[in-house]
Design a protein around this ligand. Structure first.
Ligand code: ISL
Length: 576
C-alpha cells in the first residue's frame, strides 16, 4: 500500500458541534457541507468524522444502534452522499469513525442478545456472565469481575429477566461486543465494506486495542473506588491489547482492506494505554494491521495522583522524553499520529499554553512544536482558531457522561465538589465540545437556535471571521504549517533528532533528509529564554532561512552565541 498519508494532515469534525443548518442547536451534515471551503482553505487532506450513525446519544454517538443509517439529528444518507461528493470534489478524503468494541444497548444485536435469554442465538455476541459465585443477582459485589468502567461504577450491569450481567467497559448503554465470536467479526467486516463501497476512504477505529479480553474473565487489582471501598478494580491489563487483538486486525485487513487494492485508504487505531512496543506491532506495515495509532503517553503527562481530573503542571522535559522516544523508535518501523486535541481532550492552548496574555503566541507555538514532527498531524475542529477551554459554573453546565459519572461518584465518596469541579474545568471533555466559533454573532455562527452546549463567551473576538483574512492569525499559522508539510519532503520523511534535550523551557528538534536540515525552535513559556546556538547546529553550521515564524522579525545570533527567544516564540529554519 502506498503511504500517501505521510505528507497528509487530518482534520477531525465532531458533527454535533461543527455547524447547525436547521436551527435545532445540534450540528448536522448539511452544516458541515456549508463549511467545506473553510477546510479546503486550511489545506487539510482528510476529514475524520466522529460518529453520525443512528444512536441514542448516551455518549454522543459512540453508542451506535444502526451502523448503516445516519442519525436523523445529523441528516440522511442522501446528505451523507452529498457531503462525501463535496469533499472529494475538493480533493479531501473522508474517514469514518468505527466504533466496534461496543454497540448501543438499543442495537438490534444487543436487544436480541438480551431478550433471547441465555440460549438465544445472539447471546454470545456480547459478554454475559452469571453473578459471582455465592452472590444473588443484584447483591452488592455480585458483578462477575471487579472491573471499573471508564465512566465510573462497575463495568457490569444486571439484566433482571435472566439474572445475568453484561459487560460494558464504558457506559451501561455501551455493551461490549464479543470478538471471540466469528459471527460478530464478520458482521463488522461486512459493514466496513458497505461503507467503503459507498466511497469512504478509511476508518478511525475507536478503542480498537480493547476488543480482545484475557480469558477466563477475572478480577483486576483493587483500586479503592466505588461504594464498597476496595471492591472495584482495574481491569485494564486484562483487556488492553489483549491476546487476540493482532490476529483480529490481520483478519480485518484480509477481509476488508485487501479487497480494495487500488484505493488510497487510511486506517488509524485509537489505542488508549498502548505501549511503544505494541504500537510498533500495530503499525509495522509488514504485519498488515493499521497504518497508525493514537497513543496517549503525552496526554497523560499532566495527570496527577488522582488521575486525569487531578492535573499537575507539565514538565517540558517529560514531553521531550516521551515524544522524542516515540519519534525515534516508532518512526523507524511504523508511523506516528501527532495530536494535541480531540473530542476527549481539553483545549491545548488552555492546557499547555497561555489562554490569556499570550493566547495567540502560545497557540501558534504549540502548533509549530507538534506539526513538524515525523508523523501524520491531526487538527481537531476549532484548534486551528486557538479555541480555549469552556467556562463551567456548576455541574448542571456539564453534559459529558465521563465528567458527570466521575463527579457524582466522587461526591458520594465524600470529596469536595469545588475541587472536583476545578478538575472538570481543566480536563473535562466538554472543553473540546463547545460549538465551533465561526462568527461574533450570538450563536457564534454555529446555530440560529439554542446550542446543545453553550458557546464559549469569547466567540465575540475569537472566531473564524476575525481570523480568515488576518495573516498573523492562529488560522493563518495552521494554514502555513500544513502547506509546509505539503511542500517540503523533509517534513514528511526526514529523520528526527531532539536538540537541547535538557532545556526546561525550549523545545527544539531537527529533521534531516537528503542534505536538507529543518530546525524547529519553540519557547514553551511566558518568559524570555536563551539557548546556546551550538545546541541547535553541529559544528556551527548555518541554520538557513526562516521558513515559518509566529512573531515578526525572528532573530538568531551568530555561531558561538546564544539564541534569544521571546515568550512563546517559535520559528522554523531550513538549510539546504
Ligand atoms: O476520554 C478519555 C480520557 O479520559 C478516554 O478514557 C476515552 O474514554 C478513551 O480514550 C476512549 O475514547 C473513545 O471511546 C469512548 C468514547 O467515549 C470516546 O469519545 C472515544 O474517543 C467510548 O466509545
Amino acid at each position: 500500500m502506498s503511504s500517501w498519508w505521510k505528507s497528509a494532515v487530518v482534520y477531525q469534525v465532531y458533527p454535533r458541534s461543527f455547524a447547525d443548518s436547521n436551527g435545532d442547536g445540534v450540528g448536522d451534515l448539511p452544516g458541515i457541507e456549508s463549511r467545506l471551503d473553510h477546510l479546503s482553505d486550511l489545506g487539510v487532506d482528510v476529514v475524520w468524522l466522529s460518529p453520525i450513525y443512528t444512536s441514542p446519544q448516551a455518549d454522543n454517538g459512540y453508542d451506535i444502534a444502526d451502523y448503516r443509517a445516519i442519525d436523523p439529528r445529523f441528516g440522511s444518507l442522501d446528505d451523507f452522499d452529498r457531503l462525501l461528493a463535496g469533499l472529494h470534489e475538493r480533493g479531501i478524503k473522508l474517514v469514518m469513525d468505527l466504533v466496534v468494541n461496543h454497540t448501543s444497548d438499543e442495537h438490534p444485536w444487543f436487544v436480541s442478545s438480551r431478550d433471547g435469554g441465555p440460549d438465544g442465538p445472539y447471546r454470545d455476541w456480547y459478554w454475559w456472565r452469571p453473578p459471582r459465585e455465592g452472590f444473588a443477582p443484584g447483591a452488592p459485589g455480585a458483578e462477575p469481575t471487579n472491573w471499573e468502567s471508564f465512566f465510573s461504577g462497575p463495568a457490569w450491569s444486571l439484566d433482571e429477566a435472566s439474572g445475568e450481567y453484561y459487560l460494558h467497559l464504558f457506559d451501561r448503554k455501551q455493551p461490549d461486543l464479543n470478538w471471540e465470536n466469528p459471527q460478530v467479526r464478520h458482521a463488522v467486516y461486512a459493514m466496513m465494506r458497505w461503507w467503503l463501497d459507498r466511497g469512504v476512504d478509511g476508518f478511525r477505529m475507536d478503542v480498537i486495542n480493547l476488543i480482545s479480553k484475557v480469558l477466563p474473565l477475572r478480577d483486576g487489582a483493587p483500586n479503592g473506588h466505588g461504594a464498597h471501598p476496595g471492591w472495584l478494580g482495574d481491569g485494564s491489563p486484562l483487556y488492553t491489547t489483549g491476546p487476540r487483538v493482532h490476529e483480529y486486525l490481520q483478519e480485518m485487513h484480509r477481509e476488508v482492506f485487501d479487497r480494495y487494492p487500488d484505493r488510497e485508504l487510511l486506517t488509524v487505531g485509537e489505542t488508549p494505554g498502548v505501549t511503544l512496543d505494541e504500537a510498533i506491532a500495530f503499525t509495522d506495515p509488514n504485519r498488515r494491521e493499521v497504518d497508525m495509532v493514537f497513543q496517549f503517553e503525552h496526554v497523560g503527562l499532566d495527570h496527577g495522583q488522582g488521575g486525569k481530573f487531578d492535573p499537575v503542571p507539565l514538565d517540558l522535559r517529560d514531553l521531550k522524553a516521551s515524544l522524542g522516544r516515540w519519534q525515534v523508535e516508532l518512526g523507524a518501523v511504523g508511523w506516528n499520529s501527532l495530536y494535541w486535541d480531540n473530542h476527549d481532550q481539553p483545549r491545548v492552548v488552555s492546557r499547555f499554553g497561555d489562554d490569556g496574555t499570550y493566547w495567540r503566541e502560545s497557540a501558534t507555538a504549540l502548533a509549530t512544536l507538534l506539526h513538524l514532527h515525523r508523523g501524520t498531524p491531526y487538527v481537531y475542529q476549532g484548534e486551528e482558531l486557538g479555541m480555549t477551554n469552556a467556562p463551567v459554573g456548576s455541574i448542571d453546565d456539564v453534559d459529558d457522561v465521563e465528567s458527570r459519572g466521575y463527579y457524582f461518584q466522587q461526591v458520594a465518596a465524600g470529596h469536595d465538589p469545588q475541587v472536583l469541579l476545578d478538575g472538570i474545568r481543566a480536563m473535562g471533555r466538554d472543553n473540546a465540545r463547545t460549538p465551533v466559533q465561526w462568527s461574533a454573532e450570538p450563536g457564534a455562527g454555529f446555530t440560529a437556535g439554542t446550542p446543545w452546549l453553550a458557546v464559549n463567551p469569547n466567540h465575540t473576538w475569537l472566531n473564524a471571521d476575525a481570523q480568515r483574512d488576518d495573516p498573523t492569525s492562529v488560522l493563518a499559522h495552521y494554514r502555513a504549517l500544513i502547506a509546509l508539510r505539503h511542500a517540503e519532503p523533509v517534513v514528511a520523511d526526514g529523520d528526527f533528532t531532539m536538540l537541547a534535550g535538557d532545556h526546561p523551557h525550549v523545545y527544539a528538534y531537527a529533521r534531516e533528509l537528503d542534505g536538507d536540515r529543518l530546525v524547529v525552535v519553540v519557547n514553551v513559556s511566558s518568559d524570555p529564554q536563551e539557548v546556546p546556538l551550538a545546541d541547535l547546529t553541529p559544528s556551527a553550521g548555518d541554520l538557513g532561512e526562516v521558513v515559518l515564524a509566529n512573531l515578526p522579525d525572528p532573530t538568531t545570533a551568530h555561531a558561538g552565541d546564544v539564541v534569544r527567544l521571546r515568550p512563546w516564540e517559535a520559528w522554523v529554519r531550513l538549510a539546504r
